[in-house]
Write a protein that binds this ligand. Structure first.
Ligand SMILES: Nc1nc2c(ncn2[C@@H]2O[C@H](COP(=O)(O)OP(=O)(O)OP(=O)(O)O)[C@@H](O)[C@H]2O)c(=O)[nH]1
Ligand SMILES: [Mg+2]
Length: 175
């Protein structure tokens, strides 16, 4: 028993996470900031952008999904194998708020049989006159989510909230 415990004690944990949200929300830019520590210019994702983040004791496979409507039908099969879902919203775009809500609800409803952790990122917080966080929580019905969840205000341009939110998320996996 002691031998086996020693053998597995330092084993690296693995987690699969997906990053979802409408096109232009800032998903890939957030992932690039996590990887490089700075703002990096991106192009729209076509299909899936898969990356691996290596942290002490934890390897995270990230599936950065394309947000354009034509690609959304592939989300479910990837999300259902995920331990965590990051849902990114462009909080500066009030015009697409109801579309974002609809896509968020269908993403969540498709996961009701899975035990996932949900991280909601109100991105583009550097832009003036953004949607208020409390209003957002109410409108998106986050209080009633049947999952462990958290919401953070982020900017993938300035880095605000990026590492802080990700730390919360990772700590959920590390237990
Ligand atoms: N001002 C501002 N712009 C941002 C922020 N995050 C991303 N952007 C910009 O928003 C645009 C879209 O960013 P992406 O990261 O490519 O968006 P995406 O969600 O990956 O889009 P798809 O791959 O099409 O689903 C780019 O021009 C980014 O530079 C942010 O926090 N603030
Ligand atoms: Mg992208």
């Amino acid at each position: 028993m002691g031998f086996l415990q020693n053998l597995f004690k330092n084993r690296t944990k693995h987690a699969d996470i997906t990053i979802c949200g409408l096109d232009d929300a800032g998903k890939t830019t957030i992932l690039r900031f996590l990887e490089t520590g700075e703002f990096v210019d991106t192009t729209p994702t076509m299909g899936v952008n898969r990356e691996t983040l290596h942290l002490p004791g934890l390897q995270i496979n990230v599936f950065d999904l394309a947000g354009q409507e034509d690609f959304r039908n592939m989300w479910h099969s990837i999300n259902e194998k995920s331990d965590g879902i990051v849902f990114v919203v462009d909080r500066s775009n009030a015009v697409r708020f109801s579309e974002a809500k609809e896509v968020f609800m269908s993403t969540i409803n498709a996961q009701l049989d899975n035990d996932v952790t949900v991280l909601v990122l109100l991105n583009k917080s550097d832009v003036p006159d953004v949607i208020d966080k409390t209003q957002f929580i109410t409108e998106f019905g986050l209080i009633d989510l049947p999952f462990k969840w958290a919401i953070f205000e982020t900017s993938a341009r300035t880095g605000e909230g990026i590492f802080h939110s990700f730390k919360w998320f990772v700590e959920e996996f590390l237990g």
